[in-house]
Design a protein around this ligand. Structure first.
Ligand SMILES: [Zn+2]
Length: 291
């Protein structure tokens, strides 16, 4: 009987030990499985971040450097087909800085111009805006007046003296852009003080021009139509025309990509635009420092 009890106790305690051992094994197995799962999860996260990082950085490069989102513009904008008075990114220029009361500029351009204006004033130079944003309709009016003889060009009525359309366009293009191809469409460009070259060779004009050449770049402004000695093609030199480069170079880059000859139409003589390759020979033929 005693032997039986002893055997039973031993049996029970070994059974108990086996159960404990089994539980330990199961527990150990579960811990190992959990570690395996952790490893898999870590690897997945790592591979996810590996594959997403380059995508993110290339998108950032594309958005922030090559084509900034806040300066992306439509073909209509680039061609001046809008009303600056109704565009909230534009502002009316205070007559204090201008010769007229109906001039508009992009707000960013205006702010930069005012900084330049006061710096010039401090140095005894008076800057005055005599032309600012001109939309397609405005430019079409200038162009067609010259085209039809309503406005005399170099003492001539071109409608009478120049029957060849291509040659007539070339004469007007010395100083005036075709509608849809003017930098004045963009709200970044201004004409300052006087639109005659003779003014800038006189004492006052020379002082203004010398000051601009020495200081305008500090405020972001550049003279796109510099001396013809520095350019193959394009408009004659305009010492009065200055462009706010941080924006205008973005718009020029977009113009080059987006605007085609099919878009340049809707005015007298527009058929000459492609023949004269005005995008290459005028829009893009500017001071290399203004790119
Ligand atoms: Zn101009």
């Amino acid at each position: 009987m005693i032997t039986y009890n002893l055997e039973m106790k031993l049996f029970k305690s070994s059974k108990f030990l086996i159960i404990i051992l089994l539980m330990l094994m199961v527990g150990y197995y579960l811990i190992l499985k959990k570690d395996d799962y952790k490893d898999l999860k870590n690897k997945a996260v790592a591979s996810q971040s590996d594959s997403s990082s380059p995508k993110k950085s290339s998108a950032e490069t594309k958005n922030n450097i090559a084509f900034p989102l806040d300066t992306a513009k439509s073909i209509d904008f680039l061609m001046g087909k809008f009303n600056p008075a109704k565009d909230t990114s534009f502002t009316l220029v205070d007559p204090e800085y201008a010769s007229g009361v109906d001039f508009y500029l992009l707000k960013t351009t205006y702010k930069a111009f005012m900084q330049m204006f006061y710096a010039a004033q401090h140095d005894g130079v008076k800057l005055q805006i005599i032309s600012a944003t001109r939309n397609f309709t405005y430019q079409k009016n200038i162009w067609e007046q010259k085209w039809t003889g309503g406005r005399i060009v170099d003492g001539k009525n071109l409608a009478k003296t120049e029957p060849d359309h291509q040659k007539r366009a070339e004469i007007i293009l010395k100083y005036s852009s075709m509608p849809g191809t003017s930098r004045h469409h963009w709200g970044t460009d201004v004409d300052l003080n006087n639109m005659n070259d003779s003014y800038f060779t006189g004492a006052t004009g020379k002082k203004v021009y010398d000051w601009l050449c020495a200081n305008a770049a500090r405020y972001g402004f550049c003279q796109p139509f510099n001396s013809k000695k520095m350019r193959q093609n394009g408009y004659e030199e305009e010492k009065w025309h200055w462009s706010y480069l941080p924006l205008s170079k973005c718009f020029l880059e977009q113009y080059q990509r987006k605007v085609h000859y099919d878009d340049i139409k809707g005015f007298a003589g527009s058929e000459t635009a492609e023949k004269l390759d005005v995008i290459k020979n005028y829009v893009l033929s500017i001071n290399k420092d203004c790119y």
